[in-house]
Design a protein around this ligand. Structure first.
Ligand code: ZN
Length: 384
């Protein structure tokens, strides 16, 4: 073969490999367009999503402005009132589940779970949950361990994404074929860790258990059915990477991770996530028989190292992580819970990542074949 032909072939081969490697990102990004069209589905074939990360970020800022949201404090009451005020224009009705927690000879604490509902007349219910209290101690810090943490990510981020998601879904509620609950859960983060209680004698996730114990007061069990419970906890930190929480429903987990991958968020929704069992607000809903997912990071050994320290503040929030979480949730609702679609996350096909891998491998093989054929064709004929 002439050196020139060889060179052309080599360039062609590199180009094919390069294209193959990049097709994954290309496919995922070209499907989405973020604009302000009137309809949720837009006027063109391009899909549109509307979750706004700046609004979500501002919601964290507001929560922190109240101070630590620890039961028994004024900041706690102020934050609850603010959540209810925010929900007025973005949900159809608002309910408060008041309860008290009292341990041993400790004082009694007034707590409140706040529920905002969209489309309450629909039969099927999707619940989004997040805890809104913040931890009273900083047991993982090296200083001031007995004073409360800001809780920007641990508490603040879940509430922020829920509120912004409620705004988006409320705007398109006529296109949804389900009821959506936004549940702001109190008394999650005061349990025992490293020799310290948040509040003396408290367990983790007391608020969700109290709510589930009285859930019959909030829906009509002879007509309404729960679809799933999606818990968002610590979704706004830098280096966002979700784990596979072991109590979470397998199909629900796969479907949500798949939505993230479709949007191009490969790092946040890895194909082989860490598997961990977490005690969190989803446990009570799981025990009640609802399919659950705890969308959470590895706060023990992961890259976000500010869990239960005073550094869980705004400086360690990444606005992009709020966007990733919010868009993925919005996309999930659009895929599975809009009118005139019959997709069910319980029996989805193979995850998109598998299809993409097949596409990439096929392209690579075709490229290799073309290369081999051309190489043979361009080979100089031997003279005798
Ligand atoms: Zn916590």
């Amino acid at each position: 073969m002439k050196p020139k032909s060889k060179k052309i072939l080599r360039v062609l081969f590199i180009l094919i490999v390069f294209l193959g490697l990049n097709v994954e990102g290309f496919i995922s990004q070209s499907n989405y367009e973020f604009s302000g069209n009137e309809s949720w589905f837009g006027t063109s074939a391009a899909r549109t999503l509307f979750f706004n990360e700046t609004t979500a970020y501002n919601f964290i800022e507001t929560q922190l402005s109240f101070g630590p949201r620890v039961p028994g404090t004024l900041s706690h009451i102020e934050c609850a009132d603010w959540i209810r005020e925010e929900l007025v224009d973005i949900t159809d009705n608002i309910m408060t589940h008041n309860f008290t927690i009292q341990k041993y000879s400790e004082p009694s604490y007034h707590c409140q779970n706040i529920l905002g509902k969209i489309n309450p007349a629909k039969e099927n219910i999707v619940i989004f949950g997040a805890h809104w209290d913040s931890r009273n101690v900083a047991e993982k810090d090296t200083e001031n361990q007995s004073s409360p943490i800001p809780g920007a990510n641990d508490g603040g981020s879940g509430v922020a994404v829920l509120l912004e998601l409620a705004r988006v879904l409320y705007a398109y509620k006529d296109e949804l074929d389900c009821q959506v609950w936004f549940l702001f859960i109190d008394a999650e983060d005061q349990g025992y860790s490293r020799g310290m209680y948040g509040l003396e004698g408290w367990y983790w996730a007391e608020g969700s258990l109290a709510f589930v114990n009285e859930i019959d007061n909030y829906y009509n069990s002879s007509v309404e059915i729960f679809e799933c419970f999606i818990l968002l906890d610590m979704v706004g930190g830098s280096n966002l990477q979700f784990i596979k929480e072991s109590r979470s429903d397998e199909a629900l987990h796969d479907s949500i991770f798949d939505e993230g991958v479709k949007l191009g968020y490969y790092e946040a929704f890895p194909s082989r996530p860490k598997v961990m069992a977490i005690t969190d607000d989803h446990v009570a809903f799981d025990a009640f028989g609802i399919s659950v997912i705890d969308l959470i990071i590895d706060f023990v050994e992961g890259d976000w190292t500010y869990h239960h320290t005073h550094s869980d503040d705004l400086s360690n929030i990444d606005i992009e992580s709020l966007l990733i979480t919010g868009l993925t949730m919005e996309s999930f609702m659009k895929t599975y819970y809009t009118l005139n679609q019959n997709k069910d996350w319980r029996n989805t096909d193979l995850p998109t990542s598998v299809y993409l891998s097949i596409a990439v491998s096929s392209l690579f093989l075709v490229g290799l074949l073309v290369y081999l054929i051309l190489k043979k064709k361009l080979k100089p004929k031997s003279t005798s």
